[in-house]
Design a binder for this molecule. Structure first.
Ligand SMILES: Cc1cc2nc3c(=O)[nH]c(=O)nc-3n(C[C@H](O)[C@H](O)[C@H](O)COP(=O)(O)OP(=O)(O)OC[C@H]3O[C@@H](n4cnc5c(N)ncnc54)[C@H](O)[C@@H]3O)c2cc1C
Length: 380
């Protein structure tokens, strides 16, 4: 296994399948299996779990490459690593061998894909608030929930599922559980036909009378909100931002090649000879580099546990999401009719780039949180 996992991404086969994954709305199973064989499903897991061990900077470099090749694969991968990191943070000293340890070991061996089931019908994009309820009964708890979206629904081996904690109606008093995806109490009423990231198998999950033993709970009683803020949010913000940077980079590469090759025969020139086209490409490159620089800065802050990391986490996803919307839009304009008529990947990149701004925390919520943080207000 290479010491730097970012050199182990099988970019070419993933890219070669991306158009078909999008068109057929097909889960990128071959890509995920290949990432597992390369040790990438174990990224970020310490050696004691058999994983590759890693840091957030390596994570964002890996995600940028995967998402640049295929955004659906990138999002499936991000949700897996975020779920794995949340699970890892939810292991406490009293945990012996059990389903959580087994899942982490299987992830490290490339045999287990996980994802998050947080978003609920009753609280929409405010995933940190859970309106579902759990009730205690002897040694187990029982959960009823309507999850609105889960990436890799029906494809992952497990879900990291959030629920309101037993014995309270406080929506911020939550718990996380590791749930086997083949549990009969968890069903998928329908799959989405999304605008972008069409292969990521997003779907609602209907959870009815799901019985969970306490050994499946991550962390202690009512520790869900804390785990979401300390583990889920930093890794998700970085992963989502890296997806956006990867998508924008792929769009820019594609449109630069188009501009160099598209001939204006009557003038003996190409699109690249048009000053306005060059200005759009240059602006896009600057925006991309700004976002990548911020991404690397924040990944470093998170890795080092610096005090500035919270502000960076709130900023990085919103910044990259809006950059990718802008850059893919500019790429469509330079690509002209070729882009509009689906010749090549540009319109796919435009559609894929739209997902990040609506994935929670949405850009609007992140701006509000950051504004609150700047003015010394409580975020929740
Ligand atoms: C491709 C994809 C994959 C996903 N994967 C997962 C997954 O694996 N697990 C998971 O749990 N969820 C997942 N989600 C769900 C996602 O995180 C959001 O919960 C979902 O997209 C929000 O949709 P909504 O219609 O409920 O948004 P709404 O909450 O209805 O938001 C609609 C608009 O209102 C704005 N808005 C809402 N509240 C405020 C506020 N207080 N201030 C300002 N503006 C506000 C939002 O910013 C947004 O623009 C996924 C979503 C997508 C698109």
């Amino acid at each position: 296994m290479p010491s730097d996992l970012s050199t182990a991404v099988p970019v070419e086969p993933i890219a070669a399948d991306a158009a078909a994954v999008d068109e057929q709305r097909r889960f990128p199973r071959a890509a995920i299996d290949e990432l597992g064989r390369g040790g990438l499903l174990g990224l970020g897991l310490p050696g004691s779990n058999g994983g590759a061990g890693s840091n957030p900077l390596e994570f964002v470099n890996v995600v940028e490459q995967i998402a640049g090749a295929c955004a659906s694969t990138g999002m499936v991968y991000v949700m897996h690593i975020v779920g794995a990191q949340t699970l890892l943070a939810g292991i406490d000293g009293e945990d012996g061998p059990g389903p959580k340890q087994e899942a982490l070991e299987a992830m490290a061996a490339g045999r287990h894909l996980t994802t998050l089931a947080y978003s609920e019908r009753g609280s929409r994009s405010h995933f940190w608030a859970q309106v579902s309820h759990a009730r205690e009964d002897g040694d187990a708890i029982f959960v009823d929930a309507d999850k609105t979206w889960a990436t890799s629904a029906g494809e992952a081996d497990s879900y990291v599922l959030a629920t309101g904690a037993p014995g309270t109606d406080d929506p911020l008093s939550t718990e996380l559980y590791l749930v086997a995806s083949d549990a009969p109490a968890v069903t998928i009423p329908r799959h989405f036909d999304g605008l972008g990231m069409r292969g990521n198998a997003s779907a609602p999950l209907q959870v009815r009378d799901l019985r969970l033993e306490r050994e499946r709970r991550l962390g202690g009683e009512r520790s869900g909100f804390g785990l979401m803020m300390t583990a889920t949010l930093p890794w998700f913000a970085l992963g989502s931002a890296a997806c956006s940077v990867g998508i924008a980079g792929a769009a820019l590469d594609a449109v630069v090649e188009h501009a160099k090759g598209a001939r204006l025969g009557h003038e003996g020139s190409t699109l690249a000879d048009v000053p306005g086209v060059r200005a759009r490409l240059a602006h896009s490159r600057i925006r991309l580099r700004e976002s990548r620089a911020l991404l690397h800065e924040v990944a470093g802050e998170v890795a080092r546990g610096e005090a500035t990391a919270q502000e960076g986490v709130l900023a990085v996803k919103a910044s990259a999401a809006e950059m990718a919307v802008e850059v893919t839009d500019l790429a469509m304009r330079v690509g002209g009719g070729v882009a509009y008529s689906k010749h090549g990947p540009l319109e796919r990149h435009l559609r894929d780039a739209r997902a990040a701004s609506v994935m929670a925390p949405t850009t609007e919520l992140l701006h509000d949180f950051l504004g609150k943080a700047l003015t010394g207000q409580d975020l929740f």
